[in-house]
Design a protein around this ligand. Structure first.
Ligand code: MCN
Length: 819
């Protein structure tokens, strides 16, 4: 396995000293500086931009899930006042230098059908763009779509993954199959070890779990403005994206634009949850049309369009077999995934199941008897891609739900079963069965904190009293534990997984002549509070107020280097880069201060924004004075260049490994099937916290998204491939009144991999929550004979499951068995 060779735990780089140094800003619950503008409506989002002379783009989308495009007639649209241009997919076919990009060809023989911003010959999902209009207003453009005549030859929809596998109906003629790839990960000491474990272990559970399709539903739908600059052929693309840097490179490649002429800017971005980690058709259309017509072109997405034409997440069938010895110690694990890619591969679609592949063993000691493989197929539904957690919530769900099934089969407490399998604290850094090195962990601690917070033993007693025969309201207690890999890096490890980009991040830190500080980051926040957190990191280093630090981001002309925000990478990669750049600026300032004070550099201390000479308290020089010296450059040491500015590119030596335990208590009304979450406790260990207030916010939001998968949300399609949940009346994003109050508990295990001792937290809540809630639901009903329920556990599904279980128990054979 190549991965092990490439990962290290860089213990050298972490020291308690470096964490403790600074002015104590780190770890404070400071209010987010970005919030006043967001809360008062002053923040400018892409669609708020006033762009004189811009043409409005509207996209005509296929009403069929699968259809040949026989002809497209745009003349009706062109006849409408205010419409300036209208094109079919075929009209624009020669505009694209390359197909839409997929950055993760997971196997050498992966099938990737050619995919262009508008379909020219065949539509492959309801929502696939087939023609477009440019008009003087959005309303005119959208109305004009109705005047475009398209003749379709409808073909059968493919919405069932197992049917897709048969190739009875092949969606993409150019690849001749619906199977995109099969990716295996088999880790055994000796061939056949996994099968041996299944054959010989005392206990084996075999389960099928369905990860339903989810719609990310960011609060702000997508929006794009492309403005050709009057001189030099340059192009500025404003987009509600979470990946300005990746978008710049990919737009340049796909459209054949010299990269130095492309600038990408994200104004305020109202959430993304992974869905804006992409290169979308509308971005390419706006840029290309603006480029050829030499006018600004803009597009904004409606909510219904967002549900259809922005990516979906999850969408997998998971078959898991978990074997354990008579004490419940895991002896083998087999996973077969069938992944739904949707109609096309988007930017990282094929890689999503791989991100989970390494986490099916959860937080447990797993022997080398692991057999994983994932087959991914095309269907005639919206393309899938990264959605908060991307592969990792799915993996955690499978192992954690299977652990509960095993505990139930063995008749032992689910938390006890987990404890028997935890990787012990003393074993870290721990080389897992996959070859990956988990840098740190203390699972028993996280579990114990959560256990105490809910008074687990008392809850189990209460459950015994409450869940008696005939009880209408049944209590369920759910536990889930998890390990997450985030901050994906180093880059060479990503290369070993065939990922086309790297895992590094860039930071520039400059102390301005007036001693105010600018931090330039390659991260691209869209709700995570980086302006606050990054200014805290710099303020702590320089001994200044965070208000004196400005964070510049999300504009490739200002922050030209970066790999953006996703995968809970921004702090463990980008934040650490800032901390390193601050150290280098201080080193340079120290040289200047030593020269000015005629002291030896090594004798200088720096604290609270002041350089002082050890043992001579009267000899000191404030950072502000050093910054001005660096600016005037009148008297600098010979080997020191003017100005205090340093750029650092950091490629971490290992992933970041957050972990945690969640416990949830539900009460289910057996007469209505309704689940009420009574209590939710989340203990997420993300190492040292830069800002615990932001961490709590991230955990709350994340938990609600996991809970939403468990109880509410599903992108449902009918058999013709029509999305039945394209509005918020049908797609049940939980409202504030639907979610419980979430209590967070404390467990801090600093990462030894980076100097801040931090791990990411952006996806943690989502990863822990869905299995936790579903374990509670099944726990509440297992006494009634319910073995499992597919997500989302809607009242109807729960009620049906209870009726079916009771009918099964009442059947003559069963009642005999039960006696
Ligand atoms: N943080 C901290 N201490 C830690 C860990 C994190 O103070 N030990 C803080 C960081 O400083 C940062 C925030 O928590 O301000 C999140 O940091 P991190 O875990 O590095 O995650 P990213 O910033 O890379 O954010 C990405 C992550 C992902 S992958 C999704 S999806 C997601 C999420 O963040 N989408 C979000 N959180 C979201 N929050 C909002 N509001 N909107 C989204 O779309």
């Amino acid at each position: 396995m190549t991965i092990i060779d490439n990962l290290t735990t860089d213990n050298e780089s972490a020291s308690d000293e470096s964490i403790a140094a600074g002015n104590g800003v780190l770890g404070q619950r400071i209010l987010r500086k970005e919030d006043p503008a967001l809360l008062t409506g002053e923040a400018i989002f892409t669609n708020d931009m006033k762009v004189p002379g811009a043409l409005h783009l509207a996209v005509l989308r296929s009403p069929y899930a699968h259809a040949r495009i026989v002809s497209v007639d745009v003349s009706g649209a062109l006849a409408i006042d205010g419409v300036l241009h209208a094109y079919s997919g075929a009209d624009l076919a020669d505009q694209w230098a390359a197909p839409m990009p997929c950055a993760w060809p997971v196997t050498d023989d992966m099938k990737n059908p050619a995919h262009f911003p508008l379909a020219a010959t065949k539509a492959a999902y309801v929502g696939d763009g087939v023609a477009c209009v440019l008009a003087t207003s959005d309303a005119i453009a959208r109305d004009a779509l109705e005047a475009i005549g398209v003749e379709y030859e409808p073909l059968p929809a493919v919405i069932d993954l197992e049917q897709a596998l048969t190739d009875d109906v092949v969606i993409h003629d150019d690849i001749g199959t619906n199977v995109s790839y099969t990716w295996p990960l088999v880790i055994e000491e000796t061939e056949g070890d996994c099968q041996k474990a299944m054959d010989t272990s005392a206990h084996v559970v075999k389960e099928r779990y369905i990860q339903q399709r989810l719609i990310p539903m960011a609060m702000e739908p997508r929006a794009v403005v492309a403005i050709p600059q009057p001189y030099g052929g340059d192009m500025t693309l404003y987009s509600s994206t979470q990946v300005p840097h990746i978008l710049k490179v990919m737009t340049a490649l796909t459209l054949g634009i010299p990269e130095q002429q492309m600038r990408v800017v994200c104004p305020a971005v109202g959430g993304g949850f992974g869905s804006k980690l992409n290169v979308y058709a509308e971005e390419l259309l706006c840029v290309q049309l603006a480029r050829t017509l030499k006018v600004p072109v803009r597009w904004n997405e409606e909510r219904g369009e967002n549900a259809q034409a922005t990516i979906h997440g999850r969408a997998q069938i998971q078959d898991i077999e978990l074997a354990a010895d008579e004490n419940g110690k895991i002896t083998g694990l087999r996973v077969r995934l069938l992944g739904d890619m949707g109609a096309y591969l988007q930017l990282v679609t094929p890689g999503v199941p791989l991100l989970g592949a390494f986490l099916y063993g959860g937080v447990y000691e797993i022997p080398k008897a692991f057999d994983f493989s994932c087959t991914s197929v095309f269907t005639t539904m919206t393309p899938t891609d990264a959605y908060r957690g991307a592969g990792r919530p799915e993996a955690t769900y499978a192992i954690e739900h299977a652990m509960d099934a095993l505990a139930h089969k063995m008749g032992i407490d689910p938390l006890e079963l987990r404890r028997r399998n935890f990787i012990p604290k003393e074993s870290f850094p721990y080389e897992a069965y996959t070859g990956l090195v988990y840098d740190s962990g203390d699972h028993d601690k996280a579990a114990t904190v959560a256990e105490k917070m809910v008074d687990y033993a008392a809850l189990r007693e209460r459950q015994k009293t409450q869940n008696v025969a005939g009880a209408t309201k049944r209590l369920g207690i759910g536990v889930s534990t998890y390990f997450e890999m985030c901050g994906l890096a180093p880059s060479r490890v990503l290369a070993s997984l065939n990922y086309s980009a790297g895992g590094w991040e860039s930071a520039t830190v400059r102390v301005l002549p007036t001693s105010k500080i600018q931090v330039v980051t390659g991260t691209a926040p869209h709700g995570q509070g980086h302006e606050t957190a990054w200014s805290m990191i710099a303020a702590d280093k320089f001994g200044v107020d965070p208000a004196d630090v400005d964070v510049l981001h999300s504009d490739t002309a200002i922050a030209p280097l970066g790999l953006d925000t996703y995968g809970s990478r921004s702090l463990p990669v980008g934040g650490v880069a800032i901390s390193m750049a601050c150290d280098k600026v201080i080193d340079k300032a120290r040289k200047i201060a030593a020269h000015q004070m005629e002291a030896n550099e090594d004798d200088l201390e720096f604290a609270g924004g002041m350089f002082s000479v050890k043992g001579s308290p009267d000899k000191e020089m404030p950072l502000a004075a050093v910054a001005f010296e660096a600016f005037t450059a009148h008297d600098l040491p010979d080997d020191v260049e003017p100005n205090l500015e340093v750029q650092v590119t950091y490629d971490p030596p290992n992933f970041s490994w957050p972990f945690g335990t969640h416990i949830c208590v539900v009460e289910i009304d057996t007469e209505t099937g309704e689940t009420e979450v009574l209590q939710y406790v989340a203990v997420d260990d993300c190492g040292n916290k830069v800002n615990p207030l932001i961490v709590d916010g991230q955990v709350h939001g994340g938990v609600i998204q996991g809970l939403a998968q468990a109880l509410f949300e599903e992108a449902a399609y009918d058999s013709d491939g029509n999305l039945q949940t394209s509005g918020l009346a049908e797609y049940l994003v939980p409202a504030a009144s639907d979610v419980p109050s979430i209590t967070t508990g404390e467990s801090i295990t600093p990462s030894p991999t980076n100097s801040l001792g931090v791990k990411g937290v952006g996806e943690a809540g989502t990863i822990g929550a869905a299995p936790c809630v579903m374990n509670a639901v099944v726990d509440a009903l297992s006494g009634l004979g319910v073995h499992d329920i597919d997500m989302p556990a809607s009242p109807l599904k729960v009620w049906n499951a209870i009726q079916e279980a009771q009918q099964a128990q009442a059947a003559p054979n069963n009642s005999q068995e039960n006696q």
